[in-house]
Structures are given as C-alpha cells and as structure tokens.
Design a protein around this ligand. Structure first.
Ligand code: GLC
Length: 604
C-alpha cells in the first residue's frame, strides 16, 4: 500500500487509540512529512460529475444582509424575504457566514453552541423555514464550519477552565511554560502571543492556545473523541438538509505537539502562526480525509474550504476526485498581500498582478478540479476598490470584473453587494470600525510610527469592515436594510444612488449585467463549456487587460475585460459572434475594438 494511503488509513482508523494517534503524529513531527507524498493524483482527465457543478454561489453575511425586526442587525427572516431576489439573480447555492450562538467577538466566528441559532438571527424554526423556502426556489444552503477553534464561552472551554484535568480540557491545548517562557513564540492572527493564561488559573503555570483572538481557543484535533464530536455536529446539520459547509481556517488544525516555535519574523520576537500551519499541511490532510469519509462523503455534501497556500503538488489531495474537499476558494490574488504581517505594510495589488496570480491558479486547477473564483468576501475590502485602477472603480469596472469572476473556470462566489458594484465605505474615524482586526492593525500602525490619519487611511483601504457594511436595498433610511435608528455598522455613503432598487429595472445596471452573465453561464448552449471547459490564458496586450478563453470539445469562447483607460484591439476569427458585452464593442474583419473599462464575451 502506498505510504500516503497507509498513513491516511491508520490515522482515520476507528481502532486507533488517542495515544497511538499522538505517537504517530509525534513520529511524523520528528521525521518530517516532506518525504511522504500524500498525493492521490487523478489518473485520467475526466472529472466525476457532481450536483453542484455548474452552479453559481452567493455569500451572505447575516448581520448585514436584511434586518426584519428593526434591531439594526440582519436576521434569518430578513434572508427569507430576499430569497426571490437571489433566485432572480440566478444563484443556486447560498453560503451563510456563521449564524450559530456566539458572543460575536469575531462576528460569529467564535461559536459557543454549534447546534443552535443565535437569538440575534432568530430561532431554529426560522432556520428550518429558510431551508425549506430556499429549497422551493432551487437554492441549496451551506453553512460555515468553524472548527479550528470555538468560543471561550463554549461549555467545553468553561468546563476546561473549571477543571483543567477534566475530559473537556483534552479538547484544547493547555500547556505549561517552558524555561519560564511561553510554550512557544507564535503570534496570533489578531496580534499578540497565541498563548494566554487559562482563565481562573491566573496564578498557576497554565496557558491555552489560540491562533485567533483569545476568546477563540483552538480545538485539539489530535484527541479522537473531540473529532468525533465535531463529526457528529457536521452530520446533524447535513441530516437536517444543509447541502454542505464552507470550511473556516481549516489548515490551522495541524499543530506541532512539541510546540517548538519558529524563528522570529518581527521585532516582537514572534513568528506568524500561519508559518507553522504551512509547515504542517500534510498532517491536516490526514484529519481532513477522515472528516470527509465520516461526514461529507456519505451525504454527498459540498465542502468549500478556506485554505491558503495550497501548492501544485498537493492540490489533487484538496480538490481532485478523491480529494478531501469538494473545492477551495482561489485566494491567489489575496495571498500576494497576506504575507505582510500588518495592514500598514500592505502593497497595492494591481489588476495585472491579480491576473498573473489568478491565471496561474486556474492553470494549476485545470487538470485536477475546481477552484472557487472570488472578487471579495467578508474578510476583504471591496475588490473594485482594491484591485482596479482609480479610473475603473466605477459601475463599468464592476461589470468588467463581473465577467471575469462569473466566467472563469470553477464555481464563482458572489459576495453580497458585489452584484450591484459596491465599493469601499468611507470610515471617518477609528470609532466607526467594528472589526477587532481593524482595531489591532490601527494600534500596530501607530506603534510603528504612522500618524492617526495615515493609520486611518490604511484601514480605509484594507479593513474587513468594508465588506461588512449593510447591504444596500433602496434609497430609504439605512438603505432599506433596517428600520432601526442605528445599524450595527455604518451604511455606505453612496446608498442614495447605489442600491438594488435603482438597478433592478435598469438594463444597463451592474445588477442586470450580473444576471445576464449568470444566464449565459447556465444557458443550454454554453453551460457545459463554462462548467467543464478548460481555462486558457490569452495574450494580455496591455497591463490592465484580463483576457482568457474557455475551451471544450472544439468550442471556444473568449472573455476579455479591459480595465485600461483607452480602447484595446483584440484579434479573433472573422466569423466570431459576440455573446455579451458591457459596452458597444466593434467586431470588424476579425478584430475586436473594446472600449475603455469594458468587457466582451465572444464565441469563436
Ligand atoms: C476565517 C474567517 C474570518 C475569521 C477567522 C477566524 O478566516 O473567514 O472571518 O475571523 O477565520 O475564525
């Protein structure tokens, strides 16, 4: 049996005791895993067909989508009231960011009860109603699976704090200091050490591990009974009729149990936790095969992972026919910036860099499986403001970007508001931000010597809160999002003209263009091509042009987005047919003339 399968099967074996798991993992830590190829590469190029292939997905951030009860926060009944809107857009899969019980330190990514709905969003009955009404409209719901960590308010952690020798304490990483120092020198994603004194035991030498906020203790995946609890929870939702999950921050579940730390990457003497995660991805893979076998696979569930830094060699393990996920988001453009440990050290990612990164990722995925193309999500600023040149941060730019997002190979995710061309919100003071990451980055920037104005300017480019401001439905109070006097996060400054109502019946709006793109993607003539057709990069001809082809069985379609501030010419066949364009495009003697900030889709 190949080494990889051997490893995978012994670690997922029911008979393996937790102690044996520890020993195997410890040996792997000692001898290193680089030599072990976990690769399960596909042998032929045909792809197993799945129910979700060919669908377009949409991400809802429940706090900001639609507030039905006037408390300033979005809720499930609000989402139900917009299902027809989503159906009309052409969306068939909806991902809900967490709606479980939570103290909301990290906006629901700190879960205190995995099997209940937070009252701020409604009840389990509301959720069941959402599932049923979505199904009536042909929409599948996927939830957010946050299982690298839970909330410090979860009863498991409370029990661990009450008695560090109890069963639940084994669900976490609780350690003593080493030589009078913290157990290791890793830096949490939200700043400061990953180690914190165990609450209630401040006078003792006991620390617990948290890769994110200190209210998000990491779960110990090396303890089998904990894994079984998590798998039962996943099955509870899948049995209920949820179609799958987006899987949060999952590669972080792998830990080096000797907690050796890493060479410092900053003046604070610490090293980013993500460097340790990157080193241990093969260990995570072992657990992920087990999770898939025990949960998603038997339900034919969809798993869409948040996995950064996946290289070509291991991609098949993630998204191949025998991979442990159905698909993963394409973060290749975002990763260009992720390597900077603080916002203030960011480097702008222009659309040419975006193109290079995304095209390389598309090429990598072509023979293996599907990625999920995105422009933005709840962790990122608005893509139109971030990646496009200033002159293209307009509805025209949003349309051209839309063509790229919707027609690239893979399952596109549209983030709420993207379909109307939402841009970054203008925040006037640090007090207008909500996100803990924004506040931490503001502090870090000031400590690094930036002025308050400079630090605020950076947040106005980079903050996650840009994606989290309320959805803009119409030009009434709070953009029709809520009847409350104050909403939980400020409303975008342009809502009087930038909103769904203003675009719904306008055939030239960004929203109408998204609908046309999705309809083209799903049209009987082009559905197979846009679903299974290969991606091929085309000659960019200028810095800010994003051109690619989709090719299947001798059929070829070109998608060309021009973000330059002047027209570009592009050679095609003399008898090519324009399928869709965002502005009037000329086709003469086999040459397209695409106006500035516009896109065209052409069948050759
Ligand atoms: C993921 C989520 C992000 C959250 C983090 C910790 O990256 O997308 O919003 O803060 O995980 O759960």
């Amino acid at each position: 049996m190949a080494q990889d399968l051997w490893l995978s099967s012994i670690l997922s074996s029911q008979q393996l005791s937790p102690l044996c798991t520890y020993i195997v993992i410890a040996l792997l830590n000692i001898f290193g895993l680089e030599s072990l190829s976990l690769s399960k590469q596909k042998e032929d190029s045909s792809m197993e067909k799945k129910w979700w292939h060919g669908k377009v997905a949409y991400q809802i951030y429940p706090k900001s989508f639609c507030d039905s009860n006037g408390d300033g926060v979005g809720d499930i009944q609000g989402i139900i009231s917009k299902l027809d809107y989503l159906k009309d857009l052409g969306v068939e899969i909806v991902w809900l960011s967490p709606c479980f019980k939570s103290p909301f330190v990290d906006q629901g990514y700190d879960i205190s009860d995995y099997q209940d709905i937070d009252p701020i969003f409604g009840t389990m009955e509301d959720f069941d109603e959402l599932l049923a009404k979505a199904k009536e409209r042909g929409i599948s719901i996927i939830l957010d699976l946050v299982i690298n960590h839970c909330s410090s308010e979860h009863e498991w952690f409370k029990k661990a704090c009450a008695d560090p020798n109890c069963e639940e304490a084994k669900y976490f990483f609780i350690k003593k200091s080493k030589d009078g120092k913290l157990p290791d020198n890793l830096r949490s994603y939200f700043g400061g050490s990953v180690w914190e004194k165990l609450p209630g035991h401040e006078d003792e030498d006991l620390y617990y591990l948290h890769y994110f906020a200190k209210q998000q203790p990491d779960l110990n995946w090396y303890y089998e009974p904990l894994r079984e609890k998590l798998f039962d929870m996943i099955n509870f939702w899948l049995d209920k009729g949820v179609a799958g999950f987006r899987v949060d921050a999952i590669m972080n579940i792998a830990k080096d149990l000797s907690f050796p730390g890493l060479p410092a990457d900053g003046a604070d003497g610490m090293c980013s936790a993500n460097k340790m995660t990157a080193k241990l991805s093969d260990q995570a893979a072992t657990f992920l095969y087990e999770m898939n076998d025990k949960t998603f696979k038997p339900h034919d569930g969809l798993s869409v992972a948040e996995a950064f830094g996946v290289n070509q060699e291991s991609l098949a393990n993630y998204i191949g026919d025998n991979g442990f996920f159905s698909t993963i988001f394409d973060f290749s453009a975002r990763e260009l910036n992720e390597k900077y440990p603080a916002y203030y050290r960011y480097r702008p990612v222009t659309i040419d860099k975006w193109r290079e990164a995304v095209f390389a990722a598309q090429n990598r995925a072509n023979p293996i499986g599907f990625l999920c193309p995105i422009i933005e999500n709840h962790d990122e600023p608005r893509g139109v403001s971030y990646y496009l040149p200033t002159h293209a941060r307009t509805p025209d730019g949003a349309k051209a970007f839309a063509a790229v997002n919707v027609l690239l190979r893979g399952m596109p995710f549209i983030y709420q508001g993207q379909e109307i061309g939402m841009t970054n919100t203008k925040f006037n003071s640090i007090y207008e931000f909500d996100d803990l990451n924004a506040k931490d980055n503001y502090k870090v920037a000031l400590e690094a010597g930036l002025t308050e104005t400079q630090a605020l300017d950076i947040l106005n480019i980079e903050s996650r809160d840009h994606a989290r401001t309320p959805m803009l439905w119409d030009d009434s109070k709070n953009a029709g999002f809520s009847s409350a006097a104050v909403t939980w996060l400020k409303v975008h400054q342009d809502y009087h003209k930038l909103n769904v109502a203003a675009q719904k019946d306008d055939p030239n709006s960004v929203l109408s263009f998204y609908k046309q793109l999705i309809a083209l993607r799903k049209s009987p003539e082009y559905k197979e091509l846009f679903t299974y057709g290969d991606f091929q990069a085309l000659d960019p001809v200028a810095d800010y042009v994003v051109p690619f082809a989709r090719v299947l069985d001798g059929k070829t379609v070109y998608v060309i987005a021009n973000f330059e501030d002047s027209p570009v010419s592009y050679g095609v066949n003399a008898d090519s047919k324009i399928l869709l364009s965002s502005k009037e495009v000329q086709l003469q003697d086999g040459t397209l003339t695409i106006p500035a900030v516009a896109c065209v889709v052409v069948a050759l």
